[in-house]
Design a binder for this molecule. Structure first.
Ligand code: JCF
Length: 725
C-alpha cells in the first residue's frame, strides 16, 4: 500500500476538523455555518481519502459515524457511579416543602438558595465516558447500576462528540444525559414507516430507546436522535480535576467541551423562582417541539449538594416536578370514517373521554385501515392515547382485550385464547393486503371488528384504494358533500382567502342547503338570504358579504393555496406563484415545467397538472375571476430573495399589518418564519405585548426590530434598494 504524503495527511486533518466543527455548530450550537452540500462534499472527499489510505482511518473520524459492522447483543456494563432516579413532586406545595426542607437541613433560608431548573426530557438516559478526551464508552441507564454497552450506536449521534473540544478536561470524564427525538422528526419517521410497512413507534421515548438498542448501528445512524447533557458525574477521584463550585458552571463547561445542553436551562432563587419556572415551562410545554414529563430542580451549589447527600436511590438536592402524562389509557367505543378534503378516508377513534397532557380527549386519529390492523384493534378494546404538542391525538397501542369483550366471550362460553386476535396471523395478512391492494381488508378474528367501508359514508360513491398504499379514498370528488365542505373550509380559512365570519358551522349549513357547491357560489350569496339562516342576524349577514367583497382582493400565493390542490401547502403555493408569476402560466404548465419549481417533485407536479386539467376546476377559476377576484400579477421570473436562508420570528402585535401579512412579506423575500427563537434566528420583530420570545431573543443576542424598523427594512428590500442585511 502506498504511503500517504504529507499533503494528504494535511487534507485529511483539515477535513476532519471542518466536519467536526460543522457537526458541533449544527447539532450543539444550533448555528450551522456550512451548507449541507458543502458538508456532503467534504464528507465524501474524506471517505475517498480514507478508502485510498486505510491506514488513516481512525475510530473518531467523522466518517465512522455512519456505524460499524453489526454486533452480537450488548455487553452488560456496570456504572462506576450509579445512575440515580429523582424524587417526584406533583404539586406546587411539594416544591415549597422541598425548598423549606433543604433550608432547614442546611440551617439557612431556603428562599436564598439558588436552584438550577431545566425540562425533564422524556427519552432514554445514557452515560458517556471520555478518556483523554476520547469517547470510550456509552451505556444505557439499565437498572441504574448496570446498563447495556451501546457505544457504537451512540457514536452515530452527531450531537455526541467523539472527541472533546477545548483542552482543560479531566483525564477521565463521565457525562450523563438524555437521548430524545423531536416531534416533527418523530412524526416524519413514523409516517414513512407507516407507508412502507416498517417499524412504527408509539411515542418519541420508545423511538429513542428502540433506536439505541438496534444491533446494527447503521440503523441507529438513520434515526433522528439527539443527545442533551444534564449532568457531569462527580467521582471522588476526579473531583480535584473539575474545579467548579456550581452545577450551572459545570453545564457551561460541558457546552464548551462540545455537548448540547437544554436551552431552557435557568438558575432561579428560592421557592418562588422554582414555582414560576415550573409554571412557565408547563404553559409552554406543548410548544417546545419535544416531549418533557416534568421539570428538574437542582441545588446549584455543589458543596451544598454534597452536604445534602442522598436518601435511598435519589439525591436530596434535586426533585422532579411532574406534568400530566402524555399517554393515557381509555376505551375505544367506536370508529367513524371521516372524509377529508381530498377524499381520503380517515378512521377516527371515538374514545371514552380522558385527560391527556392536561387536555380532554374524546377523538383520536387511527390514520388508516393499515394502522387498525397493525394495532389489532376491535371496538371495546382498552387502548393508549398519546397527545403531544399541537398534533392530533393518536391511538398508539392496544393494552388488552377489553373487559366487555372478555365478558361477552365468557357468556358465549368461548375461551379468549380461541377468539383473541392473533397478531402473529394478522401481520402477514396485513402485508399482503398492503402489497396487493384488494378492497377488503383481512379480518382479524373476534367480535366487534372494525371494517373499512366499501362506499363513501357521505355520498355512497365507490371507495378506491391504490395498490401499495394504505389510504382509501372516496371517488366522488366534488360530488361528495364532505369533500366539498372541506374544500370550502380550506378555501375560506385564514391562511387561504381569509374570509372573516365564514366559519365551519356556517359552511356546514350552506352545503347542507345546497346553496354553495363551489367556491364561486360563495361570492353570489345575498345578505337577505343569509339573514334567514338560524343564528344569522342582518348585521352578521351584511358583515359576511362585506368580508367576501374584501377577500376578492387577494394575492396569487394565497389563491393557489386556497384551491386546495393535493399536497400544495403554503410554501409550495408561494414557490409556484414566484416561479410562474401568473395564474395563466401556472395553469398551462407541463409536468416538466412544474418539476423545475423549487421543492416540487414528480408527485406534486402531477397533482398540480391534473388539477388544472379538470374542466370543473377551470370553470370555477373562470367564474371566480368574472366575479371580481383579483391579485397583483407578478412579471415572470424570480424576484430577488435577499432573505433567503434566514429564519425570522414575529411576536407581539403589529399595527400596520397582521402577523400573517408580515409573515407573507418576509416569505416573499425568501425568509422562513418560525414560531420560536433559537440561535439560528436571524431577527425577531417584536410588537407590543411581546413576551418570552422577546426575552429569549435578548438573552441570546438575536437582533430585535420594532415595527417602525421592520417596515423600513421591508420597504427597502421589497423595492430592491437593499441587497441584504
Ligand atoms: O431530563 C432528564 N430526564 C433528567 C434526568 C435531567 C436531569 O438533570 C437529571 C435526570 C436524572 C437524574 N438529573 C439527575 C440527577
Amino acid at each position: 500500500m502506498n504511503q500517504p504524503e504529507k499533503k494528504i495527511l494535511d487534507e485529511v486533518a483539515t477535513l476532519r476538523a471542518e466536519l467536526d466543527d460543522a457537526n458541533y455548530r449544527y447539532y450543539v450550537l444550533d448555528e450551522p455555518r456550512m451548507t449541507d452540500a458543502d458538508y456532503d462534499r467534504r464528507l465524501r472527499r474524506l471517505q475517498e481519502l480514507e478508502e485510498a489510505y486505510p491506514k488513516l482511518v481512525r475510530p473518531d473520524s467523522p466518517t465512522q459515524r455512519v456505524g460499524a459492522a453489526p454486533a452480537e447483543g450488548f455487553p452488560k456494563v456496570a456504572h462506576a457511579v450509579p445512575m440515580l432516579s429523582l424524587n417526584n413532586a406533583f404539586a406546587e406545595a411539594e416544591l415549597k416543602a422541598f425548598v423549606k426542607r433543604l433550608g432547614d437541613r442546611l440551617e439557612r433560608d431556603g428562599d436564598e438558595l439558588a436552584f438550577c431548573c431545566e425540562p425533564k426530557l422524556d427519552g432514554a438516559a445514557v452515560s458517556l465516558v471520555y478518556e483523554r478526551g476520547q469517547l470510550t464508552s456509552g451505556v444505557t441507564r439499565g437498572d441504574g447500576r448496570t446498563g447495556e454497552g451501546i457505544t457504537s450506536n451512540l457514536k452515530t449521534l452527531k450531537s455526541i462528540p467523539q472527541k472533546l473540544r477545548g483542552k482543560e478536561w479531566p483525564e477521565r470524564l463521565e457525562v450523563r444525559g438524555e437521548v430524545t427525538m423531536r416531534h416533527a422528526e418523530f412524526e416524519a419517521m413514523n409516517d414513512k414507516a407507516r407507508e412502507e410497512g416498517g417499524k412504527v413507534f408509539a411515542n418519541p421515548r420508545n423511538a429513542a430507546a428502540g433506536s439505541l438498542r438496534q444491533l446494527d448501528p447503521r440503523i441507529t445512524a438513520t434515526r433522528p436522535l439527539e443527545f442533551t447533557a444534564y449532568q457531569l458525574v462527580q467521582e471522588m477521584a476526579s473531583l480535584a480535576n473539575i474545579d467548579t463550585p456550581t452545577h450551572s458552571e459545570q453545564m457551561s463547561l460541558l457546552r464548551e467541551w462540545g455537548f448540547r445542553v437544554n436551552p431552557e436551562f435557568k438558575v432561579v432563587k428560592g421557592a418562588c423562582g422554582v414555582i414560576d419556572y415550573c409554571r412557565d415551562l408547563g404553559e409552554r410545554r406543548d410548544a417546545l417541539g419535544y416531549d418533557i414529563d416534568g421539570a428538574v430542580i437542582k441545588v446549584d451549589n455543589l458543596r451544598l449538594q454534597r452536604e445534602l447527600g442522598f436518601v435511598a436511590r435519589a439525591p436530596r438536592w434535586a426533585i422532579a416536578y411532574k406534568y400530566p402524562a402524555q399517554e393515557k389509557q381509555t376505551t375505544l367505543k367506536d370508529v367513524k370514517w371521516q372524509v377529508g378534503r381530498t377524499g381520503a378516508l380517515t378512521p377516527v377513534a371515538k374514545l371514552e373521554p380522558v385527560e391527556v397532557g392536561g387536555v380532554t380527549v374524546s377523538n383520536a386519529t387511527l390514520h388508516n385501515m393499515g394502522e387498525i390492523l397493525r394495532l389489532g384493534l376491535r371496538i371495546g378494546d382498552v387502548v393508549n392515547v398519546y397527545r403531544a404538542g399541537d398534533v392530533i391525538p393518536k391511538v398508539v397501542r392496544k393494552v388488552s382485550p377489553s373487559r366487555d369483550i372478555s365478558r361477552n366471550l365468557q357468556r358465549r362460553g368461548t375461551s379468549l385464547r380461541r377468539q383473541g386476535p392473533s397478531l402473529r396471523r394478522s401481520r402477514p395478512a396485513l402485508r399482503r393486503w398492503l402489497k396487493h391492494g384488494s378492497r377488503k381488508p383481512p379480518v382479524i378474528a373476534g367480535l366487534m371488528r372494525i371494517t373499512s367501508p366499501s362506499r363513501c359514508p357521505v355520498c355512497h360513491s365507490q371507495i378506491e384504494r391504490l395498490k401499495g398504499v394504505a389510504v382509501a379514498r372516496c371517488s366522488g370528488g366534488l360530488y361528495c358533500s364532505a369533500q366539498r365542505r372541506e374544500a370550502l373550509k380550506h378555501f375560506a380559512s385564514r391562511r387561504a382567502m381569509d374570509i372573516d365570519g365564514l366559519g365551519e358551522k356556517l359552511i356546514d349549513q350552506l352545503v347542507e342547503l345546497d346553496w354553495v357547491k363551489t367556491p364561486a357560489d360563495l361570492f353570489r350569496l345575498k345578505a337577505e338570504d343569509l339573514a334567514t339562516l338560524p343564528r344569522m342576524a342582518q348585521k352578521s349577514s351584511d358583515n359576511l358579504v362585506a368580508a367576501l367583497e374584501k377577500a376578492k382582493q387577494t394575492t396569487l400565493p394565497r389563491f393557489i393555496f386556497a384551491l386546495g390542490i393535493r399536497e400544495v401547502g403554503e410554501a409550495t403555493a408561494a414557490n409556484l406563484a414566484r416561479h410562474f408569476g401568473t395564474l395563466d402560466a401556472l395553469m398551462e404548465a407541463e409536468v416538466a415545467d412544474l418539476e423545475a419549481v423549487e421543492d416540487v417533485g414528480p408527485v406534486v407536479a402531477s397533482h398540480v397538472y391534473t388539477f388544472f386539467r379538470q374542466p370543473h376546476n377551470r370553470e370555477t377559476i373562470e367564474e371566480l375571476r368574472s366575479l371580481g377576484l383579483t391579485w397583483k400579477e407578478e412579471v415572470v421570473g424570480d424576484r430577488p430573495q435577499p432573505l433567503a436562508g434566514q429564519t425570522w420570528v414575529l411576536t407581539g402585535t403589529l399595527e400596520s399589518m397582521t402577523r400573517d401579512e408580515g409573515k407573507e412579506r418576509l416569505q416573499a423575500l425568501g425568509a422562513k418564519v418560525a414560531g420560536s427563537v433559537s440561535k439560528k434566528t436571524a431577527a425577531v420583530v417584536a410588537g407590543p405585548g411581546a413576551g418570552s420570545k422577546l426575552a429569549k431573543a435578548e438573552q441570546m443576542g438575536v437582533p430585535v426590530l420594532d415595527e417602525q424598523g421592520f417596515l423600513e427594512r421591508l420597504e427597502a428590500w421589497e423595492s430592491g434598494k437593499e441587497a441584504a442585511q
